[in-house]
Design a protein around this ligand. Structure first.
Ligand SMILES: CNc1nc2cc3c(=O)[nH]c(N)nc3c(CCO)c2[nH]1
Length: 376
């Protein structure tokens, strides 16, 4: 999978590039909407996701393995066919979801046993079988099976967990490199840097991950409750070591401000449930700051949701109407607010890419960071 760097900022480590996949090219920096169970929540028609120019969506091994299950996905010819999305797809390996969605789980050298959050049935994920699962799902980019260390955690726990994640990575690479894609197009495996918030562990993990020389590299174990400054410090340590010529994916990040600060630290790919999860609760991200649409002040505000936005729903619907829909818990409210926030996140990273290319990123980022945190 080919990654071409097109521009590098002079005042920061920000880059603009293109990642070529079998299902189309991805312009970076990029934000990847999370389509956990095969659909981006509340954004049912994929034409809508196309409409907001989402270039790549995230699927999830844990969810898809449990429901609809591998036999259905295999018979469908993979997830692209099943959910009628012909753009690139990235699937996470399931490690994080087991850690965040299930209580009853045991982490052993062999792998992780857990009970399904759906019906309580018992399952085992190993580095080998999550590679086979992601082969069947057919994502263009698949993630290594790792342990996302909780925050906070003791240094000794982080070091032991890191060493096991590295041993699991070797097993993932051996399995992945000895199996073929099932559907006739290239898939690629990204390893994941861990090390919690400990500088020396992050350096060691970044060096180990870089040594596998894969098509791209991910940074995990962050956006798990640590202060933003810790996230930025660890990202900086790791991007100083990961190769320049490969895309860097910071997992689970984040707020609009987190995204801009991490682009400046050399990150190219992001994913986060925040835009859709917060949308369902009426929190709208806009170019002028954050709107809590449920607030009384929007009750009779008949201005467009966002005048500057080129998204149709932002133009044709008013703040008052969207407030009414969200307060009434109408499905249309979740759909409009989700589309709005996804469109905003994709607009933000597209703007960043354009500013990196024309050499004005740093000043623009400083200005935007001041505005984006404001409550309107
Ligand atoms: C919301 N924050 C977050 N931190 C993450 C950290 C990890 C991680 O360390 N490993 C893997 N495999 N996935 C992760 C994910 C899911 C992707 O959004 C994370 N998500």
């Amino acid at each position: 999978m080919k990654f071409t760097l097109q521009a590098e900022d002079i005042a920061s480590k920000a880059r603009a590039g293109v990642l070529e996949t079998a299902h189309g090219n991805i312009q970076t920096p990029i934000f990847m909407p999370v389509g956990t169970a095969g659909t981006v929540k509340a954004v049912h028609q994929h034409e809508l996701v196309e409409d907001i120019q989402a270039q790549i969506i995230l699927g999830n091994t844990y969810h898809l393995y449990l429901r609809p299950g591998l036999d259905v996905l295999h018979k469908a010819g993979g997830l692209h066919k099943f959910n009628h999305w012909d753009g690139p797809i990235l699937t996470d390996s399931g490690g994080y979801q087991v850690y965040s969605l299930t209580e009853v789980r045991k982490i052993r050298e062999e792998g992780v046993t857990f009970r399904s959050h759906i019906d309580g049935s018992k399952h085992l994920f190993t580095p080998e079988n999550v590679m086979d699962t992601q082969r069947i799902i057919g994502a263009d980019i698949i993630m290594a099976f790792d342990e996302c260390t909780p925050y906070p955690c003791e240094y000794s726990y982080a070091r032991k967990s890191l060493d096991m994640t590295h041993r699991w990575l070797k097993r993932c690479v051996d399995r992945f490199d000895s199996t073929e894609s099932l559907y006739g197009y290239e898939q690629t495996l990204f390893p994941i840097v861990q090390g919690s918030v400990y500088k020396d562990l992050r350096e060691k993990s970044a060096e180990v991950i870089a040594s596998f020389n894969r098509d791209g590299n991910a940074i995990g174990g962050l956006s798990v409750g640590e202060p933003a400054e810790e996230m930025y410090a660890m990202t900086e340590v790791v991007t100083n070591i990961l190769p320049q010529d490969k895309p860097r994916y910071l997992m689970g990040v984040g707020t609009p401000i987190n995204i801009l600060e991490n682009i400046a630290l050399g990150i190219d790919m992001f994913d986060c449930v925040m835009p859709t999860r917060n949308a369902r609760n009426g929190m709208l991200f806009t170019q002028n700051g954050i709107i809590n649409i449920k607030n009384e002040k929007w009750k009779a505000d008949f201005s467009p949701i966002e005048a500057e936005s080129d998204l149709l729903v932002d133009q044709i619907h008013t703040k008052a109407y969207l407030r009414h829909l969200i307060r009434s818990q109408e499905i249309l409210g979740a759909q409009i607010a989700s589309l709005h926030n996804l469109h905003f996140y994709l607009w933000l990273v597209k703007q960043a890419r354009e500013k990196i290319i024309d050499g004005t990123f740093y000043d623009w980022k400083e200005k935007m960071v001041k505005v984006l945190g404001q409550r309107l």
